[in-house]
Each structure stands twice: as structure tokens, then as C-alpha cells.
Design a protein around this ligand. Structure first.
Ligand code: PLP
Length: 422
């Protein structure tokens, strides 16, 4: 019997995901979670993008246990450590150099939001400008600076103070078919009468994850990069959720061939679920004074160890090809489901972040709940929770992928049939 009494009694009301999946999880391996009663759940949520390589990935676990058994240093503020050196060298060798990316690596606090705070602080410092352009339906984190760049009204309201120095612009597709979002952005940047201050930076997700799986095309990204350059505005790609291979390549912007001025990464960077974040900074922009963005947990050594091991996946293109192949399977299944239900308006996504958008209220939440009953963890996204969002570990087997997609098809059919019968 699920016993959640302790949490109800002692844990803050702010808890959230546990309300959608109200069992007590105990163990996890690969794409599977097990609750304390021994019931197994297939995980198509993957810690909101943290577990791209699955739970308790054996290779990373082995490296971590060996490190801990050898009394490897765990906490070191930002002192030099062997684990940090290994991570930096491997990251440079496997990720940056092959992509001809020249970045300095900043370790901010270990959360995504801290990486975003760092990036925009640095952009403001370097340019001497205050405002930052972000996009409709963006999500960049819950601390005040990052929240100011996020669209969700409910989350913004939690700030309790005005969220300033951020200018929202329409993301790709926001103005509907034929609406030219970038023409609008360009015109306000060009026009000294627009009332939009010249920004320090433009911050974006190439695929807006929390915001409802809104995908920017390569052409849109290329045009945006051109506009930023033409206006001497820094381009910051927040690859916290859709980086580390989620869309296929390591960085989500690779296919577009753009080179952002800064990139934020976190979530799956440590590979194992340990907290780790970086800001990648074009060398000329690395104008921080020592300690100007400080923090106690900047660079956690166990996360360096597992993160270094995770980079082994990027020595060749096996994972990337596999992700894209699995993405085709997901798209095909979701396409079939969408054809059967007029309540589904769109199949969205890129790589292994895909989803179904619904035109009826609460359908996605009910389908998530119905899927959970059947042993699948899958979340919703979008300001109105109108998108069922699939985020399986990239390492999910073909068999498990098919199994999860089957559960989704059944859950969609059940919920929509119930609704139509009511
Ligand atoms: N940026 C993006 C794109 C995210 O998806 C998230 C979290 O979902 C964040 C930033 C914030 O990361 P964190 O929750 O680790 O602060």
C-alpha cells in the first residue's frame, strides 16, 4: 500500500511532480522505476531531461563507486581537482574540438537556473546593457533573473516582485502560419521608436520543452543568429533540457550550424543525475573578475566523474544515430495516434523530445494519469498543460519504446472515449 503520510505531514506544499505520480519510488535501472511495493514503471519522463543515459547507468556507476572507494575528493569549492581536469579535458576533446567550438567553461552553481543567471549577468556586464530578449513560452528557471525570462504566468507570479529587464518576443510559430516572428523582432530592433531598449542578449531554447515542445526550425535559428550578430546582441542558447543528445546531436543547435556566444547546459551533463551545470562562453566574453559569480557547489566532483564517463557516448555517432532512429519510431506512432483522434491538433518535437498537443482541456493531464495507472511515467507541458510530453531516456530499448508508445495509444483512446461518452 502506498504510504505518503510522511510527505503530506512534513513536506512543503510546493512539492509538485509527486502529485502526478503519487507512489513512493525506491529503485531505478535504465528506463525503469520501481516503487516501494515492487511495482515497476516505464520512465518516459527521465527526470525532465536529466536521465538521457538512463537511471544508474552501469558504466557511470562503476566509475563513481571506484572514485568514492578510492577516497576521491567529493567537495572542493572551485579548487583544482583531478576529477575536474579530467572532465574539462574530455569535454574539450570529445565535444568542443570536433565541433570547432572555442568556449571557456564556467562552472556556476549546479542547477540550470544558476547557469542562466550567470550567462545573463555576464552578457549584461560585457555589453553594459540591461535588458535581455526572451521568447513567449520560454522556461529558463525559477530564480528571479531566469524567471524574468520565462513566460509562464503562474510561475512568474510566484516571484512576488516585479520581474524586470526582460523583453518577451514571439517564438517561432507564435504568430500562427504565415506570421513572421523574426521580421517583428528585427523591426523593433531596427526602429528607434519601438520602445524596445537595445538588449544585452537574446536567450532561447531551440525546442521549448516546458513551454509545450515548440520547435524552432534550422532556418529560424540561422536567421535569428544573423539578426543578433547584425545588431551586436549576444546570442545565448539554453540547452539545459534539449542538449546532451536529446535532439540527436550533442548540442541542439548543431544542425542549424550556428555558434552561440554562450551556451548553458545542466540536467544530463553529469549523465547520472548528479547536479552539474556549465556556461560555455566565447573566450573574448569571459570577462568575469575572479569570484564575481561565486557559489559553494560549483563543480561537484562525483558529477565530474560520471560526466566524464558519460562523454564516452560521444566518441562516435552511435548514440546520435540511435536517437534519431528511435525518434522516427516515436513520430510514426504518435502520427498514427493523432490520425485517430480529432482532439489531437499536432504531433510536435525533434529527436526524443516529442509530444501530442490537444485542443480539449485537461486531456493531457488525464492521459498522463491513465498512463501512470498502466505503468508509464509521462508528463505534460505547455502553459495550459495541453501537451503530452514524451522524454524517454535515449538509451531506452526498442522494445520498451514500443511498450510505452502502446500504453500512450491505449491511454489516449480511453480518456477521449470517456470524455466523448460523458
Ligand atoms: N532552462 C531550461 C531550458 C529548463 O528546461 C530548465 C528546467 O527545466 C531550466 C533552465 C532550469 O533548470 P533547474 O531546474 O535545474 O534550475
Amino acid at each position: 500500500m502506498t504510504n505518503t503520510a510522511t510527505f503530506n505531514q512534513l513536506e512543503s506544499q510546493v512539492r509538485s511532480y509527486c502529485r502526478s505520480f503519487p507512489v513512493v519510488f525506491d529503485k531505478a535501472e535504465g528506463s525503469w522505476l520501481t516503487d516501494e511495493d515492487g511495482k515497476r514503471y516505464l520512465d518516459f519522463f527521465a527526470g525532465a531531461g536529466v536521465l538521457n543515459y538512463g537511471h544508474n547507468n552501469p558504466r557511470m556507476k562503476e566509475a563513481l563507486i571506484a572514485y568514492l572507494n578510492g577516497n576521491g575528493i567529493v567537495h572542493s569549492l572551485d579548487l583544482f581537482t583531478v576529477a575536474k581536469r579530467n572532465f574539462l579535458e574530455r569535454f574539450n576533446e570529445v565535444i568542443l574540438q570536433p565541433r570547432e567550438l572555442d568556449y571557456r567553461v564556467q562552472f556556476p552553481g549546479p542547477t540550470g537556473t544558476n547557469a542562466v543567471e550567470s550567462a545573463v549577468k555576464l552578457a549584461r556586464k560585457v555589453t553594459g546593457r540591461e535588458s535581455v530578449i526572451a521568447f513567449t513560452n520560454a522556461f529558463h528557471g525559477m530564480t528571479l533573473g531566469a524567471l524574468a525570462l520565462s513566460g509562464n504566468q503562474f510561475k512568474r507570479a510566484g516571484a512576488g516582485v516585479p520581474l524586470g529587464n526582460a523583453t518577451p518576443m514571439p517564438f517561432a510559430g507564435y504568430l500562427g502560419e504565415g506570421g513572421d516572428t523574426l521580421a517583428y523582432l528585427e523591426s523593433v530592433l531596427d526602429d528607434t521608436g519601438s520602445g524596445v531598449d537595445k538588449p544585452a542578449a537574446i536567450v532561447l531554447e531551440t525546442v521549448q520543452a516546458e513551454g509545450g515542445i515548440n520547435v524552432a526550425s534550422n532556418e529560424w535559428l540561422q536567421r535569428l543568429a544573423k539578426i543578433a550578430r547584425a545588431h551586436d546582441v549576444l546570442l545565448i542558447v539554453d540547452d539545459i533540457q534539449v542538449g546532451c543528445g536529446r535532439t540527436g546531436p550533442f548540442f541542439s543547435f548543431e544542425e542549424a550550424g550556428i555558434k552561440p556566444d554562450m551556451v548553458t547546459l545542466s540536467k544530463s551533463l553529469s549523465g547520472y543525475g548528479l547536479p552539474l551545470a556549465v556556461v560555455l562562453i566565447r573566450p573574448e566574453l569571459d570577462q568575469w573578475e575572479p569570484g564575481e559569480h561565486n557559489g559553494t557547489f560549483r563543480g561537484h566532483n562525483p558529477a565530474f566523474v560520471t560526466g566524464t564517463s558519460a562523454l564516452e557516448y560521444w566518441r562516435d555517432d552511435t548514440l546520435q544515430k540511435d536517437t534519431l532512429r528511435k525518434a522516427d519510431t516515436v513520430a510514426e506512432h504518435l502520427g498514427k495516434i493523432a490520425k485517430q483522434h480529432e482532439e489531437i491538433t499536432e504531433v510536435r518535437g525533434r529527436g526524443l523530445i516529442q509530444g501530442l498537443a490537444f485542443n480539449v482541456e485537461d486531456a493531457a493531464n488525464k492521459i498522463s494519469a491513465a498512463a501512470f495507472e498502466r505503468g508509464l511515467v509521462v508528463e505534460t507541458a505547455g502553459a495550459g498543460d495541453d501537451v503530452l510530453k514524451l522524454l524517454p531516456p535515449l538509451t531506452t530499448s526498442d522494445e520498451d519504446l514500443e511498450k510505452g508508445l502502446g500504453i500512450i495509444a491505449e491511454s489516449v483512446a480511453e480518456v477521449l472515449a470517456r470524455r466523448n461518452a460523458a
